[in-house]
Design a protein around this ligand. Structure first.
Ligand code: GUN
Length: 285
């Protein structure tokens, strides 16, 4: 068997087309556009590339886009002041501080400082809590993107075994909750999981987000499983996922490639959350 590809750019384009339609009607109703502010500390090449893509995409869709590129040695106090100003800026509906942050900055203090109603990353504890109980919240962008990909192929999660490799706050934990809300039976694996290969072989849906190049191989995949590879790892001059694509595609029914998989979905979900925040502010829900 050779798996069908779930192509991120194709799914993202379909969602962006809908966003463009919404934008036109919102602009007519309010004479305003949604605003997204991104803060980037330092010069990490991967973070710079992600932030550049966020800026480019939001501008292309007609959003008001603000990017603060600030020195890596910026103090926590100055960063919190910048966030406070954005919290009070009427033209900004979404605020994102690009992670990871340098060691002298306390990540939790920063994420807690972002106004809940502008927390388009969905990382504020109130948004996380609402996600746990299944209430209205901003859904973190990468997990949301994974779910949209499953929706795009018409996959019904009810009663399916979903296995997630990786338990990060950004991907593993929130995607587990989203799968659970769709009535999947969910297992989260991590570095202490006994016999990871055996657990993966039980998965009807396998989501891998560990940041280790090509760690999950075809032999770990149940025939016909759907495989979503969240990893992006640089190996020499190539980008590869956390899944060994060539062997995995012979076992899976669907698989996301890297590049061209989950990546474009994350940005699209950020834009969607910012649009959602704008609609909430203007009572247009
Ligand atoms: N760094 C890697 N992924 C993300 C993300 O989704 N949001 C933020 N703020 N930083 C990240």
């Amino acid at each position: 068997m050779s798996a069908k590809l779930i192509k991120g750019p194709e799914v993202a384009t379909a969602i962006r087309e809908q966003i463009a339609i919404d934008m036109a009607s919102l602009k007519e109703k309010t004479d305003k556009v949604p605003g997204l502010a991104v803060i980037l500390l330092g010069e990490d090449p991967a973070s710079k590339a992600y932030v550049g893509n966020k800026e480019k995409t939001s501008k292309a869709l007609g959003f008001h886009s603000v990017v603060h590129r600030i020195p890596v040695e910026t103090t926590q106090e100055d960063l919190l002041k910048m966030i406070d100003d954005l919290n009070n800026d009427e033209d900004i509906h979404g605020i994102l501080v690009q992670l990871p942050l340098p060691d002298h900055i306390h990540e939790k203090a920063v994420l807690d400082a972002i106004a809940v109603e502008k927390d388009v990353d969905g990382f504020h504890p109130i948004n996380v809590g609402n996600l746990v109980i299944g209430d209205d919240c901003f859904i973190p962008c990468t997990p949301h993107g994974c779910m949209k990909m499953l929706e795009y192929i018409g996959y019904d999660l009810k009663g399916k075994n979903a296995v997630i490799v990786g338990r990060s706050n950004i991907v593993g934990k929130p995607v587990a909750l989203l799968l659970l809300h769709q009535n999947a039976t969910v297992t989260i694996c991590h570095s202490h999981t006994a016999d990871l290969a055996a657990v993966c072989r039980e998965a009807d849906v396998l989501i891998v987000a560990v940041g280790r190049a090509e760690m999950v191989i075809g032999d770990w995949i149940k025939p016909g499983a759907v495989v979503i590879d969240v990893g992006i790892n640089r190996v020499g001059d190539k980008l590869v996922g956390d899944v060994h694509f060539e062997s995995a595609k012979e076992k899976a029914s669907y698989i996301t490639p890297v590049p061209g998989g989950v990546g474009p979905m994350t940005i699209t979900m950020l834009i969607l959350n910012t649009l959602e925040s704008f609609k909430r502010k203007h009572n247009l829900k």
